[in-house]
Design a binder for this molecule. Structure first.
Ligand code: ADP
Length: 326
């Protein structure tokens, strides 16, 4: 189970941190992937663009290879049971631990005029989203590690107090390390809402991709053979490793090691690798976004599957809480 907020355009971080693993998982596991529209209200209270953002996130997921017939692809707000589970879990979550969450502190700094209770209890709602399907594997990027730990705590607390209902959820990436896709400016990660000029979006046209990569931060270049790469350069190599051919990457690795690397050539190749990687996804997503009837069908089918799974869990939860009085 996993989710992506409809707060902007999907980028390479979302792709490699999340969607790529969704696609790999869909043949082997029973999967629930949602567009986290309720979570987006904690930071994006203006809902004017919500519908088009939701349509785009769905289209970009499908264009990346997600098959709505194989998985439950749904909107968070279409599963009302989650709100009930969230309420119960709120009784098990302590204000102190929520206040200490890194993302809460960050978001509170970014939006001091809107430090709402939803922002504080974000990890609780996220836990409800996950455990309502009794999910154990959560494909996410590295930035979500702390939330997943909280999720395990809340699930375990419920189990201890009311009975073993939930498996322990854990971040999942096929036995590999969790991915953090860096931004092109040498600091931070690619993101939907920050660093837009240093983030490559799945909808970026070719010229814009070239322009952004050209502006990526480099340095004077290595002066001694086999020196470790500074972060800004290591980030570009990581990006080429993700989107490009491994043989060409090897050529640039050697050029780095023997101090003959030309950053102009390296960045031009990285830009072309990104252009090639993104083109088919962008084109397919644009076509899907035009097709309102298809998207409606996808959402209805997804909600049906997700609600069926959620209502089974909620029957167990109400029983465990002794909320059945007849
Ligand atoms: P964003 O941070 O861009 O708003 P979300 O919070 O909606 O994205 O996260 C959706 C998924 O994308 C999560 O699984 C998250 O871990 C992953 N993700 C987001 N940014 C990155 C990144 N730069 N590198 C790796 N994974 C990322």
């Amino acid at each position: 189970m996993s989710g992506i907020r409809p707060t902007g355009f999907l980028h390479l971080g979302n792709y490699f941190g999340a969607v790529k693993n969704y696609v790999r998982m869909q043949d082997e596991y029973e999967c629930y992937f949602m567009v986290a529209d309720l979570h987006s209200l904690t930071t994006h209270p203006d809902t004017k663009e919500l519908k088009s953002n939701i349509h785009r996130v769905l289209a970009e997921n499908i264009a990346s290879g997600l098959d709505p017939d194989k998985v439950a692809l749904y909107c968070q707000s279409h599963v009302h049971d989650t709100a009930e589970l969230y309420l119960y879990l709120n009784m098990l979550a302590y204000v102190g631990e929520l206040e200490r969450t890194t993302t809460f502190k960050e978001k509170a700094r970014q939006q001091p005029d809107n430090v709402n209770a939803g922002l504080l209890t974000y990890p609780v709602l996220q836990t409800a989203d996950i455990i309502i399907h009794r999910a154990s594997l959560v494909p996410v990027g590295k930035d979500q590690e702390q939330h997943l730990e909280m999720c395990r705590n809340f699930a375990n607390r419920f189990n201890h107090r009311f009975g073993e209902i939930f498996p322990e959820p854990a971040a999942f990436n096929f036995g590999e390390d969790l991915v953090k896709v860096p931004s092109l400016d040498g600091s931070g990660k690619m993101s939907k809402s920050e660093n837009q000029n240093a983030t490559i979006y799945l909808s970026d046209p070719e010229d814009l991709i070239r322009k952004k990569v050209k502006k990526a931060i480099t340095d004077v270049g290595p002066t001694e053979p086999n020196t470790p790469k500074p972060d800004s350069i290591a980030n570009l190599f990581l990006l080429m490793k993700l989107v490009g051919s491994q043989e060409r990457l090897q050529v640039f690795e050697e050029a780095w090691n023997n101090c003959t690397i030309l950053y102009g050539d390296f960045k031009a190749q990285l830009a072309e690798d990104m252009v090639e990687f993104i083109r088919p996804i962008r084109e397919k997503a644009a076509a899907i976004q035009e097709d309102n009837n298809y998207l409606k069908e996808v959402m209805e089918k997804g909600a049906e599957k997700a609600n069926a799974s959620a209502s089974k869990t909620m029957a167990l939860v109400r029983e465990a809480l002794r909320l059945n009085y007849y």
